[in-house]
Design a protein around this ligand. Sequence first.
Ligand SMILES: Nc1nc2c(ncn2[C@@H]2O[C@H](COP(=O)(O)OP(=O)(O)OP(=O)(O)O)[C@@H](O)[C@H]2O)c(=O)[nH]1
Ligand SMILES: [Zn+2]
Length: 215
Amino acid sequence: MSISEPRPTAVVAAPEVAVRARVGVTLHRAGGQHAELVTFSGLPDAAEHLAIVLGNPAPSVPLVRLHSECLTGDVLGSARCDCGPQLEESLRRIAADGGAVLYLRQEGRGIGLYNKLDAYLLQDGGADTFEANRLIGREADERGYGVAAAMLNALGMNRVRLLTNNPDKVAQLREYGIDVLDAVPTGVYRTAENARYLEAKALRQGHTITLGGTS
Ligand SMILES: Nc1nc2c(ncn2[C@@H]2O[C@H](COP(=O)(O)OP(=O)(O)OP(=O)(O)O)[C@@H](O)[C@H]2O)c(=O)[nH]1
Ligand SMILES: [Zn+2]
C-alpha cells in the first residue's frame, strides 16, 4: 500500500468474555466440598484469572470473593499477611452459602511477586506496606476490578454479596455495573507479625478491620 492511500479502518469488535471450560474438583481447602474451576475466553488482560464456583446459591444472592493472588500467603502460608487464612475462610464460607471465589492474578496488589519482595525489603527498613510500593516507583494499589466484573457477568452473577473488608472492591464493582447488595467482612487474622500490615490497611486505605485482637 502506498503512503497516500487511506489506511483501512480496523473494526475490531471488543471480545465478549465467555466461559471457556468448567472442571469439577473436590477441594480439601474448602472442607472437602465439590467445586467447579471455571476458565474464560476474551478476558481484557493476558492473565489466567480463575473462578472457583462453590455450593448452590439459589434462591439467595451468591456470596463472592475477589481474591488477589498472594503466592507467599496463599501457597506458602507466610505470616507477613492475612491472605492464606482469608482464602481458606472464603472457600469454606462460600461452599456453605453458594457463590464463587474469583482468584485474580494480581500478585502484590498488581505489581507482581518480585516487586512485592523488593517492597518487603523496604518494609523491613521501616516503610509501611503502601509507602514501600511508592518507594519503588509504583502505585500503592494498582488493582482494577473490571476483569472481575466481566467474569461475574459471564457466570450470570451480576447481583452479589461481596466477602471483603476493602471498600475499593465494592466501589469499583458497582462502577462496572455489578449490583453489590452487601459487603460481608472476613475474619481478622491478626498476629504479632502482621499487625502493622493490618493497621496500614485500616488506617491508610479504609479497610473495615477491627484493630482489637484476633478472631
Ligand atoms: N505490594 C504489596 N502487596 C502486598 C503486600 N502484602 C500483601 N500484598 C498483596 O496484597 C493483595 C491482597 O490485598 P490486601 O490488601 O491484603 O487485601 P484486599 O484484597 O485489598 O482486601 P480484602 O478483600 O479485605 O482481603 C495480594 O495480591 C497480596 O500479594 C505488601 O506488603 N506489598
Ligand atoms: Zn498476602
